[in-house]
Design a protein. Sequence first.
Length: 214
Amino acid sequence: MNWIDKLERRYGNLGIPNLINGLLIGQLAAGIIMLFFNRDFGSLLMLSRTYVLHGQIWRLITFLFQPIWLGGVFGVLNLLFYYWLGNALARVWGDFRTTLFLALGMLGAWVSCFLTGYAGPSAIFQSMLFAYTWLWPDQMVLLFGIIPFKMKYLGWIELAFWAFSFLTGSFAIKVSLVLGLAGFLAFYGREVFDWCVDAVKDWKRRRDWENRNR
């Protein structure tokens, strides 16, 4: 039994039902306000060390409602994609694990904010995508609502963007990218590490076999 199982047995009643839906509804509402009423509304939600230290502690929560989907029709499809993806994870994890996963992502964002000055919600959603890909790599999805695509390929593409951003970004970006994956690393980090070790061992065995049979 791992530490997550132990926490669930002890505090399983603390899970928040429909947390993913609430988060996405909040993003939708914030996006509508920004699009049609006040474009600066997002600045009231953002997680900033300066503002938090000046007493605006609501930003520790409201940064989650900063829209990551703004940008036309593909932005709306992105919101729908995360609705589908997040609810699929919630059905498998249950309320407690879903809450814990998002709470770890929030904690990572808070640490990143106080180390670098700011943080956003994008990395938390990225960690959800990685979690879904890890659980169902062969699941077919429609990219942009049109192109059939396996999740594992989408996951590799997202990982490539993550690695590129990490290698080329500033210190603040590097910290944000790593800590943003707190939920995914806590849930599946050990499995990913073991998979990488096995993949390297398999590659070495194939290479040795090829060298012996040349």
